[in-house]
Design a binder for this molecule. Sequence first.
Ligand SMILES: [Zn+2]
Length: 431
Amino acid sequence: MASTISTLIKNGTVYDPMTSIFNMQKDVFLHQGKIALLGDKLDQDQLLHLTSTWSEFDANGCLVCPGLIDLHVHCFPTRTSLGVDPDVHCLPRGVTTVIDAGSAGINDFKEFKSYTATKKTRILALLHVSRPGLTRAGCATDDLSVGELECIDDVDIDGCVECVAANPTLIVGTKLRLSAQIAKAGENELEALRRALKIRRRVGLPLMVHHSFSTIPLTPTEESDLGVPGSLFSGDIRTHMYHGFNTNIVDPTTGCLDPSILDGKQRGVHSDLGHGQGGFSWTVAEISAKENVWPDAISTDLHTGNVNGPAYDLPTVMTKLLHVGMPLSAVIEAVTSKPATIIGCGNKIGSLAPGVCADVTVLRLEDWDELLEDTQGQMRKVKQRFAPVAVWKSGERVEINDKVCPNKDPQYMLDVTKEWKDLVVHDIHQE
Ligand SMILES: [Zn+2]
């Protein structure tokens, strides 16, 4: 049952990276849609100053975090066939804010905006720099062979700048996909990136770049004057960090991380997980873990092709990062304070500091004993998982619907291993 009355969440173990609180027993009081109090043991008198009635939630044994933020999802189902309903697949799993990563370009942005207004989940947007966004490119039911960069003039610099200026509360950045197959066999990739960087400079907001099967290298070379992340600016985002295809982050000559990834990190270029249907290789994640390099944002890239596996939901993707050794506090940061800061919303969401929106997620770290697949069906035995227990969005409690995973359907397992042949980094034992 939805409820907007004041709520005391007590006895939980609080993780609030934005205020440097990690693993401390604290109470949180939600009032009038905001975090009103955060303290060691809130007593009745403190609450009575604010209101005469409230409900209580005992979070004993659970982690109490700011409402989870998923930096990369696709939630425009009315115009793209890959879109999922965030009120079904995100909010009931503890995700209070999602950032739609380029489902809409300027052609459909009005409709996208109307759609977001009908949803309980807070939706923010990265505007696709190509006019049709992801309504094409194998992401919709119309002509699957046409990618969004087939016609370079679809990347309309002035049109994007105007659209960003007209939607300052909804648009938090821009999105570009770089893959040869969606850009006239690679012919349009460099010009698309050039234009996207021009837009980025004019709007002053982060550019998120998908970079796989691309003709553009990681670092500029004699043949390519641009690279990804080599030519991205501080604050920009390279997504699908752990994909194992061509243009992945592993240097093939050393088997270690490509130096451009560490260089980008030093310059302030963010790495986004973007699990997706093809963007998470256990092998690449483990190579990165060995060098203690983690994603700045843990995101699902949730869409219809991965919501029933292999991504499932944000808690499951967090579970995978914990499994490869990412420290618990860093996992929480990557779904709260860090994505909030990356999109410039750190004073409104992603924290439990008084005055911030009353978005709170309660999670339980449970013992688990399951084989969990990556995006090409490589398996790892996971021993613990994040289970969503309770969630409040702007102070209103929303019912949790915990996901059943992994998917054990035999046809699904056949489908998920289909791209194995395209991997350039993978487990040796599956060769
Ligand atoms: Zn995506």
